[in-house]
Ligand binder design. Sequence first.
Ligand code: ADP
Ligand code: MG
Length: 718
Amino acid sequence: MTTSVRSLNGGKTAAERIDSIFGSDIFSRVIMRQRLPKEVYRSLLRTIDRGEPLDPAVADVVAASMKDWAIENGATHYTHWFQPLTGLTAEKHDSLAAPDGSGGVVFNFSGSELVQGEPDASSFPSGGLRATFEARGYTAWDATSPAFLMRGDNNVTLCIPTAFVSWTGEALDTKIPLLRSVEALSRQALRILKIFGTDQGISRIVTTVGPEQEYFLIDRELFFKRPDLLTCERTLFGAKPPKGQQLEDHYFGTIPPRVLAFMAEAERELYRLGVPVKTRHNEVAPGQYEIAPLFEPSHIASDHQMLMMETLKRVAPRYGLQALLHEKPFAGVNGSGKHNNWSMSTDTGVNLLDPQDETHTNMQFLVFLCATIRAVDLHADLLRASIASAANDHRLGANEAPPAIISIFLGKMLGDILEQVEAGLPKRTIKGGVLDLGAKTLPMLPRHSGDRNRTSPFAFTGNKFEFRAVGSSASIAWPNTVLNTIVAESLDYIAGELEKSVGTKPTEAKLQLAVVSVLKQVIHQHKRVIFDGDNYSEEWHAEAERRGLPNLTDSVEAFAVLRAKKNAELFRKYGVLSQAELDSRTHIAIEKYVKQLGIEGETMVSMARNMILPAALQHQQRMAGAVAATKAAGVDAPDTTEALRSFVQLVTRLRNATSAVEEAGSHHDADSMRHAQQISRDLKPRMADLREVVDALEALVAADLWPLPTYRDLLFLK
Ligand code: ADP
Ligand code: MG
């Protein structure tokens, strides 16, 4: 048997074959163990696994070994790879080795170059943290995230994950606050474990994240024919095709061969980079797909998520495809999100949100659960703000994505236990039982104690929460920073209450009573955020309003939340963001909104004037010709004349609507918040008007005259 498997696998055993793919382009633990002196390796692991400070003495040794490994694998350059506040990644390449002019070579990579870089920071957004003439910024090696090789045509580059900070010490990236938020949560979670006496051998708590990425694939040639896709990654015009997603025949359907070939190659590249991709399938909308990795510590998951988006984009063209990560590339069919599965775990691998079998006796779990519930209720506005963007506005609250109202789905079993806690000591855990399929040859299936809920923005799914409102093109660093921080605050609060009532070494019975009494009050105050019903329904919107839950339907409203005192105080208290760092992020988010919609408005105007109007006029001419010819033939043609008349009216509307967008888009305001408000109030509705006219024209103009690939072409060509 082995021989046939070997021959199938190109002469390799399964393990050998997997070894040659998985993680082969990362400076992994296996490679470090082989190459580094034992003491250096151990010291580095203490930093990676236990969060201990990096010993500067190890850096030189690691750098030398990393350089050799990279050069042996074809690398010629290295870069400090970081995530500035553009929401993207940044890199500046330097050569690893260069000719010395006399036939030898000089190596350019030392310990200090590994640890610290100095890119010019002036052209990255700082949101007012610094003036443009103050250019100094530093990148600092994040030893906890593995270095990797990025392969392209004719180039291999050693990428060193780094944090990016200004000369004044302010975080200019998304990674530093995320790492700080994990530290904050770790500190508070450890206090809880200490109270329960479950902290032995545990030095820190991490949050774990598994982000499910939704995206669209379209034919790349068609992509280039649409200026809107090319510049905005979404269609600004496009009439609904006769068949959208109503037949529901795409979801989980057979993956088209070209798409599958693309997926396999993208996954292979991701495996080489150590990104643990696990799942692939068709999503709900035609042309929409999903890729999901296994969960990892949140800061690694966040780096890997950036690599995943970049890999999808990079590989797709090799198959004549274009990957669209935008939240809403097409009106009328589902948009794309990034379901952010999140939990808390000890460094020994114990999931703190695992309810286990007799959940009602698992007081520690109930504490972590209720802390999360309290956090989400107290800071629903901040969570909403963490996922706000012009692109996500098209999705949230529309009928297929979670609404902008943040609520929690718990399911029957947990809902029942919380009700019991509110009334006293919990006594039972509802069990799911088994499903008998009624055919002897099929197995009995264990059944969960409750069904799933697809409509909730923040759902408990077995042993983790799934924050579903995150946008598909967004970095997950910021929403997770917020989530970690708000939960840290609730853990702090609950730990404080428990310490007050029982001290640090209580008996089990006393502890149980104290926990129930604290949680009872937490549940009573915060259960309004729990909702297991249909989040898409109108009744829920009315009910949420009665419950006093915030409903920030528009990003501009959500950005304002970031300016609230309570939030600045929260980030400051837990050492996640200073006031200036928070202000800079708020400023950048608003500016991005303004710029993005400005670009969309201008693109609309130019497409309407240069493409749609000429096509409409040609069509008008054809119609007029038909009327004239019919009349000349002596036939009365009232219908044709009427059709021409209403078509001409539509063309007039096109001209007016185009000018209206142009006019609303030409507005400027030095205050970016006021500008954003003007855009939301004036520009957006006019863009919607213009789109309506153009889509009506698309339904009338002859196909051979229409200048853009249609939704049918874009969504169904596989
Ligand atoms: P489902 O959404 O159908 O429950 P999975 O169980 O496969 O699907 O999980 C979806 C995502 O959640 C995957 O990326 C998975 O790795 C991640 N996930 C599972 N457990 C955890 C956890 N403890 N913490 C964070 N993410 C998790
Ligand atoms: Mg899921």
